[in-house]
Ligand binder design. Structure first.
Ligand code: TXA
Ligand code: MG
Length: 348
């Protein structure tokens, strides 16, 4: 299949959006930008179309998809009951990087929800995404547009790497603004529970609706504790190299990693370092990449996945990463890094 690439870096191309909408209505696949990561879209109410997403990604079929909408009213067409707290969150954070889970209505096929009785819904904050969702009929199922097990795409080039020849169209809207996937909160129980951390953090949620819980599986390394979001159990975002996070005071982290670089050099191994703008100069040798400035959390979240992708192509043997426990997005950033590292953390 030839994949058409529609360039919308300079703004929306209405003709191309119309074409993309028809592709979705005909059961095809279109990758598109959102403010978090690129999504791989299909008509959420068409079971066969949703199945094609699983095939293109190589995704296990028990892992449900998020349904993207362009108008808050459309939530009521697919969610069985929408509690008051969910309305409050929708008004405060939609369009935006928040996904909410509800009991689903009959019209949402099992093929979209992985057989679950609940449906995840999000209204993204991106003009291209919103126009595409409208053109495609209003309900677009979209996981991140990467091959299963690879880092999520934050640029159209990443989508091309993984999806070229497998889907009908890729819309290039440039680099995304946030870079980690949406916060997921389950609204189907009395006390809402965060299943995946993102830009909308616990503090922001509590300020809006009071008590929220966090899925205990997020903090557990034991495989016996099952996360409530089926997708969170997979070792996502796994770089090809072995990856280790080094946590501690800055000077200790730097000298530990430099020591490791020295050892590796004598053994002929290639080391990668994930550093920050504040520390890149402090590492002696090896392949050093900065995630961004610690003073600008979005600069870090935005680069996280592209740095991991870059390391895959650089062929390093081991990656040492600094920890990024930053104030607002630290939980979201560390959740992805810790998973990429397969939970290997060293405290120095
Ligand atoms: O930012 C995002 O959310 C991006 C963009 C494209 O919108 N999408 C995204 O989708 O990250 P995906 O499929 O990569 O991750 C969706 C996560 C998975 O972990 C899945 O298991 C969980 O949401 N999920 C979806 N429906 C669910 C449900 N009904 N109950 C529990 N977890 C659900
Ligand atoms: Mg994903």
């Amino acid at each position: 299949m030839e994949t058409v690439i529609a360039d919308m870096k300079q703004g929306i191309d209405r003709d191309a959006i119309k074409t993309a909408g028809s592709i979705l209505k005909d059961g095809g696949l279109v990758a598109f930008p959102t403010e978090t990561v690129y999504g791989l879209g299909a008509d959420a109410l068409d079971e066969q179309a949703a199945k094609r997403i699983y095939a293109a990604k190589g995704r296990p079929s028990d892992n449900p998809l998020i349904v993207h909408i362009a108008k808050i009213e459309d939530l009521y067409k697919i969610a069985e009951s929408v509690p008051l707290k969910a309305r409050t969150l929708a008004e405060r954070f939609w369009p935006g990087p928040l996904t909410m889970i509800f009991r689903k209505k009959e019209c949402v096929p099992d093929g979209t929800t992985g057989g679950l009785g609940t449906v995840a819904v999000r209204m993204p904050k991106d003009d291209i995404a919103l126009a595409l969702i409208e053109a495609g009929g209003g309900f677009v199922a979209a996981p991140s547009a990467n091959t299963s097990g690879r880092p999520s795409p934050t640029k159209a080039e990443h989508v091309v790497q993984d999806m070229n020849g497998k889907i009908e169209m890729i819309i290039d809207g440039g680099e995304v603004g946030i870079g980690v996937e949406s916060t997921i909160i389950d609204m189907s129980e009395d006390i809402p529970m965060v299943l995946r951390p993102g830009y909308i953090n616990e503090k922001m949620l509590r300020e809006a609706i009071g008590e929220v819980m966090v899925d205990p599986a997020l903090f557990s390394v034991e495989s016996g504790v099952r996360p409530k979001a089926p997708g969170m159990k997979y070792r996502h975002y796994a770089p090809k190299a072995d990856m280790i996070i080094v946590e501690g005071a800055d000077n200790k982290v730097i000298s530990f990693i430099n020591e490791k670089i020295g050892e590796a050099l004598t053994e002929g191994r290639k080391i990668g370092v994930i550093a920050s703008d504040e520390t890149t100069e402090c590492y002696s040798k090896g392949v050093i990449r900065s995630m961004g400035s610690r003073k600008d959390e979005l600069s870090i979240s935005k680069k996280l996945y592209s740095v991991l992708r870059e390391f895959d192509s650089l062929g390093v043997d081991t990656i040492y990463s600094e920890a990024f426990n930053t104030p607002a997005m630290g939980q979201a950033i560390m959740n992805r890094l810790v998973k990429a590292a397969g939970h290997q953390i060293i405290n120095v």
